[in-house]
Design a protein. Sequence first.
Length: 147
Amino acid sequence: MQNFRPVNILLIEDNPGDVRLAQEAFKEGKYNVNLEVVMDGLEALKFLHKETPYQDVITPDLILLDLNLPKKDGREVLQEVKSDPDLKCIPIVVLTTSNAQQDILKSYNLHVNSYINKPVDFDKFFDIIQTIEEFWVHTAILPTMVK
């Protein structure tokens, strides 16, 4: 069912190299993905709440979230999204370099859908993105957002 329309993914990532790798991995993927990118936590919340200049964006079907972001930390973004009745059902995958147990526990306590340690190796990072795509775009059934 998901293959008939693009799956809208919001990548919240401040590292331009990781953004570029994710864009390439999704471009080479098998599925129809529309990837939007914001580079800090404040912009992410503006995007999700459709504030200027994002009033015409499509609500994402999936969010890929780095924890260590400028302006507003990814942990704060996760907490705000999961406590917002209009956004809380959007699946969120934390994709971060942090493997600190307190970050993992806090993320799951805030109802993250999965937590993935971002590899520093190019090929492994590419593989992780394609695995995320395979599972979340092809295998999982994503909620349809009405907003």
